[in-house]
Design a binder for this molecule. Structure first.
Ligand code: ADP
Length: 202
């Protein structure tokens, strides 16, 4: 199974992704985490990405496509994968569809977290004080929101139009509450026989 998780910056996407991954026994592939590790190691990719990320902009599609492509090709054919932070543009979505087609696979579901922007900015500024992520400055946060609205939100329509189940979930509330909604939405989207969750599945 291949799943995608979408959500604006600060929506709790990473946390919900790790819970879905655990619940459905999926491998988790986060492009944000991969890029942050490349930056921390000052690799050639990291050096190219660092300034772009700190400004809240998106790194070039071809670089991201290469990173994801090489990892997907390395996974065993039967492995379920949850992609977090990719695809973020229509071009990336088309590249992903082509990569998966070559592997004889396809996107099985999309989870999209919905959180009002005013709440997100507060959450991210709070996280900035706690974690000190390089892209949690007010300016970079506003740019990430803009990129999400302008370039990432349309990717959801791409999947709706191709008939992939898109589970939209209200992301306001505590982590457990949001995860309960995610689980219910996934059960509806996938149908009971395909939803083999650890808790509450069949
Ligand atoms: P968030 O969703 O909180 O902004 P992520 O960890 O998903 O955080 O991504 C952090 C940054 O990494 C993005 O702002 C962007 O610069 C870069 N990035 C991650 N994934 C992609 C992608 N698929 N395409 C382009 N840039 C990406």
């Amino acid at each position: 199974m291949i799943g995608l998780i979408f959500g604006p910056p600060g929506s709790g996407k990473g946390t919900q992704a790790s819970r879905i991954q655990h619940e459905l026994g999926m491998a988790h592939l986060s492009t944000g985490e991969i890029l942050r590790s490349e930056v921390a190691h000052a690799s050639p990719v990291g050096k190219e990405a660092a300034r772009i990320m700190a400004a809240g902009d998106l790194v070039p599609d071809d670089l991201i496509d290469r990173i994801v492509g090489s990892r997907l090709r390395r996974t065993e054919p039967g492995t379920s994968v949850l992609l977090d932070g990719f695809p973020r543009t229509i071009e990336q979505a088309k590249a992903l569809d082509a990569m998966l087609a070559k592997l004889g696979r396809n996107v099985d579901f999309v989870v999209a977290l919905d959180v009002p922007e005013s709440l997100l900015v507060d959450r991210l500024l709070h996280r900035a004080a706690v974690e000190g992520r390089a892209d949690d400055t007010r300016e970079a946060i506003m740019e990430r929101m803009h990129e999400y609205r302008a370039r990432t939100a349309p990717v959801l329509d791409h999947y709706r139009h191709t008939g992939v189940p898109v589970a939209e979930v209200n992301g306001v509330g505590d982590l457990d509450e949001v995860f309960d909604r995610v689980r219910e939405a996934l059960k509806r989207a996938l149908g009971q026989p395909r939803y083999k969750g650890r808790a509450g599945g069949i």
